[in-house]
Design a protein. Sequence first.
Length: 163
Amino acid sequence: MEKGIRVIPSLTGVQLIESTRAPTTLDAAYPVGTIWVNTSATTIYLHAGAGVWIQIGGSGESQGDWGTGELKTIAGGIISVEKGKWFKIDTQDAAASDDLDTINGLSAGNEIMISAANDARTVVLKNGTGNLSIRTDISLNEAIDRVRLIHDGTNLVEASSRP
């Protein structure tokens, strides 16, 4: 075991790691569901598998301050984004409906939230067409509908939704 890492026994079967550093992809050997506490930054991570660690709390770099929503317009089924933001998605040329196949600009562990920009237009997140790996196609019909996505190193997977 690496110096400075302490495995804390748990009665629930979830492995808890305490360290003075953040986890990296080199820490892939820990079981999925392992919780890692970076004591020097008071930040908590959850191992999603294959070395992908998702920040779930703490005072480190947060991906939870979503802001007020930045407008993005679909072009050829694609948008480009930055991590940790909320994006209001509009259809190409203000079409009544448009498919969103691919979201570029993210890497493993990054998360975003998206919603429709306009109640009069439908944005359809397409499962398995580009880099979206979600339970099924998701239609965002109202501006109040939300989907939170996390990059798993290859695709964006659905973390939560409210359509």
